[in-house]
Design a protein around this ligand. Structure first.
Ligand SMILES: [Cu+2]
Length: 320
């Protein structure tokens, strides 16, 4: 089950933030209860017999001194509690910075209108690859994600793994995290960014180290030669039509960079950044009229003859 829950930490960073959250919550609950009790007590003490007009007696000097002392004590206590919250959040920041980055995996995530480009870095250029809307990471190994933005301001937020970090065009930010449990964690854009703000999800999939290594090797392979007449026709349409202007498929002449890399598109769970499940029917609808499935999308509609559309879908589904 994909998870999207800040209170079920799957790694140390979210756990530190979770502790701060619980501390803040219980402190505030205690203050609230104390305040309500004081209010109830004050109301009870000041009650008047029904019907009688209250005749406030001038307070005695002693009572006034006592009241002033109470007020000073309350102000002091509130300030101390606020300082406590401040100290706790500074401490949490320091703990977040203690994550060991030895042998960390380096990933670059670039925010686009309205999808996420994911690039796995490697000192060897032939081991760099790109995917979209799905960030696969190994369990138990730190990951440094460099956050960039192309044409939109987003905020990167995978609640099970870490807090939020803004992605601003022209600025580079990083976020360090580690997943200690395997699972699929849903990421969300947490900064209102426009038309598709509510539908810009991505999955962070944490796999055991060996499965991650296998996934990584597979991503590094170019797309297979399509077998079968329909898939071959789809391949040809892809390369002779407009698709290759925006999309890349490694191992072919398509190397557009304006849209998601489709080399292993069929292995992804969804189409359009979590918008719809990746099925052949949805894929055909997507190619024909992406606006209908995702208003505001920056992919044009393609009104193709029926067989051509089917061939394209057939081809895209070979891109495992
Ligand atoms: Cu956004």
């Amino acid at each position: 089950m994909p998870m999207n829950d800040a209170l079920h930490a799957a790694g140390p960073q979210a756990a530190w933030i979770g502790q701060l959250w619980w501390f803040t919550l219980w402190l505030c609950v205690a203050v609230f209860v104390a305040l309500m009790a004081a209010l109830a007590w004050a109301l009870w003490r000041a009650r008047r017999p029904a019907g009688a007009m209250p005749q406030p007696a001038p307070p005695s000097a002693g009572a006034e001194r006592l009241a002033r002392r109470w007020v000073s004590a309350a102000v002091l206590l509130s300030s101390l509690l606020l300082m406590g919250l401040l100290a706790a959040s500074v401490l949490t920041d320091q703990r977040l910075a203690t994550l060991s980055l030895d042998g960390a995996l380096q990933i670059r995530v670039t925010a686009h209108q309205w999808w996420w480009e994911v690039e796995y870095e490697d000192p060897r250029p032939d081991r760099v690859f790109r995917t979209a809307n799905e960030i696969v990471i190994p369990v138990g190994r730190s990951v440094v994600i460099t956050l960039l933005a192309d044409d939109v301001i987003h905020s990167f937020w995978v609640p099970n793994l870490h807090g939020k970090k803004d992605m601003i065009p022209g600025r580079t930010a990083t976020i360090q995290l580690r997943a200690d449990r395997a699972g699929t964690y849903v990421g969300r854009c947490a900064e209102y960014c426009g038309l598709q703000h509510a539908f810009m999800a991505y999955d962070v999939v944490a796999l055991p180290a060996d499965r991650f290594a296998a996934w990584q090797e597979h991503q590094l392979t170019p797309a297979p030669e399509p077998a079968g007449a329909a898939a071959r026709r789809g391949h040809e349409l892809f390369l002779t039509g407009s698709c290759m202007l925006c999309h890349a498929v490694q191992g072919t002449s398509a190397n557009g960079r304006r849209a998601p890399d489709l080399t292993h598109f069929a292995s992804r769970a969804s189409i359009g950044a979590g918008q719809i499940a990746n099925t052949s029917q949805a894929l055909a609808q997507w190619i024909e009229d992406p606006q209908k499935l995702k208003p505001g999308v920056n992919m044009p509609a393609h009104l193709l003859p029926r067989e051509d559309l089917a061939a394209l879908v057939e081809y895209l589904e070979t891109l495992r």
